[in-house]
Design a protein around this ligand. Structure first.
Ligand code: FEO
Length: 401
């Protein structure tokens, strides 16, 4: 049994095999966290993906007869959290689904089509708004809507008596583990996973996150029970993740450089490596990513802390390479702010593709620091030497901001 507090249990599903979560690489898998509060009106906070239902049901049965569940709080409709509601209702058909107004709309669109299967039309909804409280016996649950963190329907649930914030996707990590608490594993690992999660899921919604943090500041929080990964339990860890969310939502950055490239015949690669050496010798922290080897979701994670990006591509059929196009399109959706970029690459006989490349970098939210560095076919020694001034361009931009 996974007891979190007296009468409160983790009843989630560990997805050890998950490797991609709609485009985001998840080498450590994930969990879908569901929590059971045993009170006069037993309440389940969120469910799990449909294929995790049996595991969740077993965990519930270890604690109570699932027919006793009176409320299923659906903090968020995305199917990693709502995908088992229908199956669970077959065990507790009278349970009410507690959700935001948008949650009701979304759940109906997901699970109750006009041609809904027998029984599925009978879902009972209890719609709540920010500040509403639900009495479940000895405990009160208070709801906090958090629209666009990261869907319109998203909300969190605060257990007033136990001082637990059931935060749904916020503060989560895609991390499969037999441990349940963030302080049970290496801190660097879990913070890195939380950062990757924020960058790939939450990044576009900084303004909305700041509003949620403001509301959360008024709460006394002893546990943050996320819907993915590990629970934040230690006071210093709760403080740290709240501070990091504030920093990330404010689009703060450090004077660090990320070089990202793809290459056909090593010319763009050699340009990337020369700039890496120059920047490193210039005393500026720098990382380099090869899009043939590195996943775009790992590159995107660097956007959280790095201010400068050098994007490089060879030209193929008058276009940037498809890996670069894919990454820039992904970044465009994630809307980074206050970040600077320089483009570079090798071409054969026409530079027209670089125009589109530069436009894509700008559309992805980056301000260009200067003219792109483009070299015909194979860079010679003087071509490579000409790239050394990237250090002064970066330093000048860094000092100005
Ligand atoms: Fe974990 Fe937005 O679902």
């Amino acid at each position: 049994m996974n007891k979190i507090k007296d009468d409160i249990y983790w009843t989630g599903y560990i997805d050890w095999d998950l490797r991609i979560f709609h485009g985001y690489s998840t080498p450590s898998g994930s969990t879908y966290n569901s929590y059971l509060i045993v009170d006069e009106k037993p309440t389940l906070i969120d469910t799990v993906k449909d294929y995790g239902f049996e595991e969740m049901l077993c965990r519930i049965k270890e604690v109570i007869d699932p027919s006793k569940i009176k409320y299923i709080v659906s903090n968020h409709t995305e199917m990693d959290h709502s995908g088992s509601i229908g199956k669970l209702l077959e065990y507790c058909p009278d349970a009410e689904i507690v959700c935001s107004p948008k949650g009701e709309e979304h759940l109906k669109r997901h699970f109750l089509p006009a041609s809904g299967r027998k029984g599925k039309k009978d879902w009972k909804f209890k719609v709540v708004n920010t500040g509403d409280e639900l009495d479940i016996g000895k405990r009160k649950l208070r709801f906090l809507l958090m629209p666009m963190v990261h869907w319109p329907d998203s909300m969190s649930t605060y257990c007033v008596n136990d001082k637990i914030l059931f935060s749904n996707d916020a503060f989560g990590q895609h991390y499969a583990s037999d441990e349940r608490y963030a302080d049970e594993i290496d801190r660097g690992t879990i913070i890195a996973e939380a950062a990757k999660y924020y960058a790939n899921i939450v990044l576009p919604y900084g303004a909305q996150v700041l509003k949620v943090l403001e509301a959360a500041a008024a709460l006394e929080i002893e546990l943050i029970c996320t819907s993915h990964g590990l629970i934040w339990r230690k006071k210093q860890d709760i403080g740290l993740i709240l501070r990091l969310y504030k920093k990330w939502a404010s689009y703060e950055s450090e004077e660090k450089v990320v070089i990202v490239y793809d290459t056909m015949w090593h010319s763009t690669e050699n340009m990337a490596k020369r700039m890496f050496d120059s920047i490193s010798k210039g005393g500026i922290p720098v990382k380099i990513f090869n899009l043939q080897k590195d996943h775009i979701s790992d590159v995107v994670t660097e956007v959280l802390s790095s201010k400068f990006f050098l994007f490089g591509t060879s030209i193929l059929n008058n276009r940037m390479l498809p890996t670069m196009a894919s990454m820039l399109m992904y970044l465009k959706g994630l809307k980074p702010k206050n970040r600077y970029a320089l483009s570079f690459g090798s071409y054969g006989w026409a530079t027209v593709g670089f125009k589109e490349f530069e436009t894509s970098i700008q559309e992805a939210g980056f301000e260009l620091m200067g003219d792109g560095r483009y070299i015909r076919f194979v860079p010679d020694a003087s071509d490579l030497d000409s790239l050394n001034d990237v250090v002064s361009i970066i330093k000048e931009k860094g000092i100005k901001q």
